[in-house]
Design a protein around this ligand. Sequence first.
Ligand SMILES: *[C@@H]1O[C@H](CO)[C@@H](O)[C@H](O)[C@H]1NC(C)=O
Ligand SMILES: [Ca+2]
Length: 205
Amino acid sequence: MFHQGSILLTVVVSIVASLPDPLNLAKLPEIPSITKPTPLPKTDAKIPKAPQGILKRIAVKVNRPVSLQDLERRMNRLEAVLKLDGMIQVVGDKMIASSGKEVDFAASNSTCNYVGGRIATPMNEAENSAVLEFAKKYNRYVYLGMREGPIPGKFNYLNGVPAVYTHWRKGEPSGRGTEGCVEMYTDGQWNDKACNQQRLTVCEL
Ligand SMILES: *[C@@H]1O[C@H](CO)[C@@H](O)[C@H](O)[C@H]1NC(C)=O
Ligand SMILES: [Ca+2]
């Protein structure tokens, strides 16, 4: 009896093994193994340091190396939030922002340099309009990134290059050597003005 059963089983097994695999079981995806949750560190255990740097933090979150697309998407979202709130104006390659504070020209210039930008220097009408948004938002005049050069009434960028775009109010510049800075009015027009006034800090980055 034992031998007969054993032979029968062997035959059945070899028949089944030789049959085609109609369910294609071999090709089914593997069931992922369930990972155990990481146990919380004991109170006296050293808590592992969080990975440093934005790239590593994003990489951990998206669970793969960070691509430029990931970064671009995240930057675009941040910019959108700041735009929604009127915190920034984006015009061409420039981002315009204000500290909301009124200081003299020298302080405005150094604040903008300190944050890695420079004092707002509109080079065309679109950039002038972007700066104007802040003059209107705070209802304050704004110092621009220009100084009067050795020729009275001729203004240069802070690198010494003569200004190519200007938006003077009618009759300005009028100081002729006595008003070395340029301010923007709340209608976007410019006036030459002494550099020691308190004006809204607006930077381009
Ligand atoms: C603007 O600030 C920078 C950095 O503080 C300084 O080097 C530069 O001389 C300043 N320019 C003017 C015109 O004040
Ligand atoms: Ca003037």
